[in-house]
Write a protein that binds this ligand. Structure first.
Ligand code: ZN
Length: 426
């Protein structure tokens, strides 16, 4: 019965795309195992290079032109959770088809990096005995998303669906895209629609609104002194940092869309020496641009102007603007939901405090939906998993959505395009 209904709502080409993808189910799982087995966490450059080569070869065989672009160097203060090599500028793989100017430019965005330790014990994909779950580093966030994007593009090419697409895969999303942001924003300005392969929210939901996010670091400089002999001459950076942290934490007003989290910390060298240096790192989340600005001003006010000790320096980078629901993004989300329903799937909408490259792409005025990847769970943990059935289902969703964009069945309203051209925030 379901199949009859599907046949009534899917166009012939769409049905062929779905059949083609369904016939490749075991290949998708094999691809995922191969992608997962390449370690790409913690700026692991040999792994990132290997993964890039594998993806570039697949994309070239689709006739795409492939280039490796580098963005800006990351700010050095970003600190301790990043890899030691601050000179590393994580590259972006950009593959473009020879554009047919009659079809809308679709920008597909994903990230090759994971959060997983390349030297840890969680290295390969393992499939549960019932075949329903596959667990591995980056399986859902987001190597599964990359696997289905490749398969969807290959299916479209095999069925002769013409679409002007660009696939951009960065290597620093998990650390905030500080380096790749300039590359992605430039691409956003050149395209009409954005599709991001982040994992689906629980239950397969699509995120349609996101909070913004920013990173900060507070440094305190004091004066060292021996605790027993010269305590009065010392100025403790650690004691001052404690007071500063209490003030920073007080800025959080979660009910009003302002979140402040402090940690990790560093400070002092021995218990019998007054600490001359202490620092903390932190993260803020904000519901909208005004809340983000208010947090920025309040944190900056914790800094001291002169050289007097204790001296406090505040560094910050609000790297993810808030992503409110815009008319263009809503239209795209509704188009994706229509595809899901025609496929016998459901696509609920949700808001989230999580952030991704979709925040920044929409900030350039691009209508973008950003949880089109696979379903799974336990992201960023060593039991991260993907629901195996979602490889086919979400690949079909992506392919049919792109086919409808190509065929003009989904058109982003002129108003949305105008808003994009007019958008010049920050
Ligand atoms: Zn991700």
């Amino acid at each position: 019965m379901v199949d009859i209904l599907r046949a009534m709502t899917l166009a012939v080409t769409e049905q062929r795309l779905c059949d083609r993808i369904a016939s490749r189910g075991s290949e998708l799982l094999r691809d995922l195992a191969a992608h997962v087995a390449i370690p790409t966490g913690h700026d692991h450059q040999p792994g990132l290079a290997r993964y890039r080569d594998l993806l570039a070869a697949r994309l070239k065989s689709l006739g795409a032109g492939v280039e490796i672009l580098t963005g800006r160097p990351r700010p050095r203060w970003l600190g301790p959770e990043l890899a030691d090599d601050s000179s590393f500028t994580p590259p972006v793989l950009v593959a473009r088809t020879v554009a047919n100017s009659a079809t809308p430019g679709v920008l597909i965005v994903g990230h090759m990096d994971t959060v997983h330790d390349p030297r840890g014990s969680f290295q390969t994909l393992s499939v549960s005995s019932d075949g329903r779950i596959a667990s591995g580093p980056g399986a859902v966030d987001m190597k599964g998303g990359i696997v289905i994007a490749l398969a969807a593009l290959e299916a479209l090419a095999a069925e002769g669906v013409e679409l002007a697409w660009t696939l951009a895969l960065n290597s620093d999303e998990e650390t905030g895209s500080f380096s790749s942001d300039s590359v992605l924003r430039a691409l956003a300005r050149e395209h009409e629609v954005g599709l991001v392969l982040e994992p689906a929210l629980p239950g397969g939901a699509l995120a349609i609104e996101r909070m913004g996010s920013g990173q900060f670091m507070i440094e305190v400089f004091g004066r060292a002194a021996h605790v027993g002999r010269d305590f009065a001459k010392g100025v403790s950076a650690v004691h001052e940092l404690g007071r500063i942290i209490a003030k920073a934490a007080d800025l959080a007003k979660p009910q009003s869309g302002r979140i402040v989290n402090v940690g990790p910390l560093r400070g002092g060298s021995a218990t019998n020496i007054v600490a001359d240096y202490a620092a903390c790192w932190g993260n803020v989340r904000y519901a909208d641009a005004a809340a983000g600005e208010a947090l920025a001003r309040a944190l900056e006010a914790l800094g001291t102007p002169g050289d007097e000790l204790p001296r406090v320096a505040v560094h910050r980078g609000w790297n993810r603007p808030a992503k409110p629901l815009t008319p263009g993004t809503e239209q795209l989300a509704l188009a994706a939901r229509a595809v899901a329903e025609d496929l016998g799937q459901s696509l609920p909408f949700e808001k989230t405090g999580g952030v991704c490259d979709g925040n920044n792409l929409q900030d350039e005025g691009l209508p973008v939906i950003d949880t089109l990847g696979v379903r799974g769970g336990n992201l960023h943990r060593t039991d991260e998993f993907v629901e195996v059935a979602s490889l086919i289902e979400r690949c079909q969703l992506l392919a049919v959505l792109m086919a409808r964009l190509a065929g003009g069945a989904v058109r982003i309203k002129p108003a949305a395009a105008a808003a994009r051209r007019g958008s010049k925030r920050r």
